[in-house]
Design a protein around this ligand. Structure first.
Ligand SMILES: Cc1ncc(COP(=O)(O)O)c(C=O)c1O
Length: 403
């Protein structure tokens, strides 16, 4: 018979773990309970807005299941998927063979495996501000320290190299580069990418190159970062989630660059991967289908994203007290409201949610200062719906700023 009455205590690491994109949904549910409809612009999931997974990928998964591929796979992934991912990297100028590729449960697992395999407790990792928040969340979990480097909205959200240089300490282990970027939609020119690689090499860091939106730049795919310097310590990753419209499948890949300096990291990542057995098996067959098959859906998708990006930028910049840098890839924009003194980005976002039923994510959930007034919009909804949503954003902003 049980006699204890105390609640089960939770781990302190959870206090440091936040993921605003989903955490804020609790607030939206409260608003829905009042009878108001909420329009969700918080999660970057194209399928929720009517974009469809290419049929040949669905067929590859269905066939794999019918053919009996429903058991565990080798931990680094099935050979054909690793070979397809390696060949895709090679086609993009990255010299990597299949032995250095792992198939992961999305880019997310690649991020977690790389950070867990490389960074010790108390060590530091440079992450962009604003950043995709999984980096800071995983670092919190492993007891390491995220150190934000500035990306500058007055210069098209480009990284501030001097700031990065000043932040490097003997404890710094890695530099996260997200290009094209979530949440800003920025793309970095080759000179910037080279400068980031040079800086990283100069200080013996590893670059974590998050290329999940690599094929979704509106002007066409951006080159792989590792292609600029195959001798540099770069770990690259991507997935089927965004450019192949299958985020729920949890299918991604990572390549540990061919520099021998990364051999221990590759061994560590493989060792960790053994412990989680494998990523979803049938979906690995879709990786092969995606990377060796027809990608024409991306042409249409990029055009649709460009149109929505233009609409979003134009409408946000037309609101008095608001400005927005034009995204050049992916499906996010990061407008800025000139907040009155004492107000924060959370006040603005929660106000918008409660007054108009529109859910965005506050910039501070991505690492910007609360008083800077940034918030992120996911602009995957059809343009007509976006137009109506932006009418409401404009009306609310006018009220909020007292214009
Ligand atoms: C920059 C970035 N990296 C990684 C991820 C995670 O993607 P995946 O579904 O491949 O795990 C996302 C998802 O939004 C993202 O925006």
């Amino acid at each position: 018979m049980s006699v204890a009455t105390e609640v089960i205590r939770t781990a302190k690491r959870v206090d440091r773990f936040t993921y605003a994109i989903r955490n804020i949904v609790v607030e939206a549910k409260k608003v829905e309970q009042t009878g108001m409809t909420v329009r969700y612009l918080n999660i970057g999931d194209p399928n929720q807005f009517g974009f469809l997974t290419p049929p040949h990928l669905i067929e590859a998964v269905a066939k794999a299941m019918r053919d009996g591929h429903n058991g565990y796979t080798p931990s680094p992934g099935i050979a054909s998927a690793r070979e397809a991912a390696a060949a895709d990297f090679v086609a993009r100028g990255v010299n990597v063979d299949a032995d250095r590729v792992l198939i992961t449960s999305g880019t997310s697992e690649g991020i977690e495996l790389a950070l867990t395999g490389i960074v010790d407790e108390g060590e530091e990792v440079l992450v962009p501000s604003p950043t995709y928040p999984l980096y800071t969340a995983v670092l919190a979990k492993i007891g390491a320290q995220p150190v934000y480097y500035r990306t500058d909205h007055t210069r098209d959200w480009q990284p501030d190299l001097d700031h990065i240089r000043r932040l490097i300490t003997p404890k710094t282990r890695a530099l996260v580069v997200i290009d094209p970027n979530n949440p800003t939609g920025a793309i970095y020119p080759e000179a910037m990418r080279r400068a980031l690689i040079d800086l990283s090499e100069e200080h013996g860091l590893v670059i974590l190159a998050d290329e999940v939106y690599g094929d979704l730049a509106y002007e066409g795919p951006v080159p792989a970062m590792a292609a600029l310097d195959n001798d540099a310590a770069i770990i690259s990753y991507s997935s089927l989630s965004k450019a192949y419209l299958a985020p729920g499948w949890r299918a991604g890949w990572m390549a540990v660059g061919s520099s021998p300096r990364l051999d221990p990291a590759l061994a560590a990542i493989k060792k960790l991967a053994d412990g989680r057995l494998c990523s979803p098996g049938p979906m690995q067959f879709a990786v092969t289908a995606a990377l060796t098959g027809d990608r024409s859906h991306q042409v249409t998708f990029r055009e649709q994203l460009r149109e929505r990006a233009q609409l979003t930028t134009a409408r946000m910049n037309a609101i008095p007290g608001m400005s927005c840098v034009a995204p050049r890839g992916a499906f996010y924009a990061m407008p800025k409201v000139d907040l009155p003194p004492g107000k924060t980005d959370v006040d603005f976002v929660l106000g918008l949610l409660r007054a108009k039923g529109i859910l965005c994510v506050y910039g501070s959930g991505f690492g910007t200062a609360p008083e800077d007034g940034f918030f992120r919009i996911v602009f995957l909804a059809p343009p007509v719906q976006l137009g109506a949503i932006y009418d409401d954003v404009a009306a609310f902003t006018q009220e909020f700023l007292g214009h």
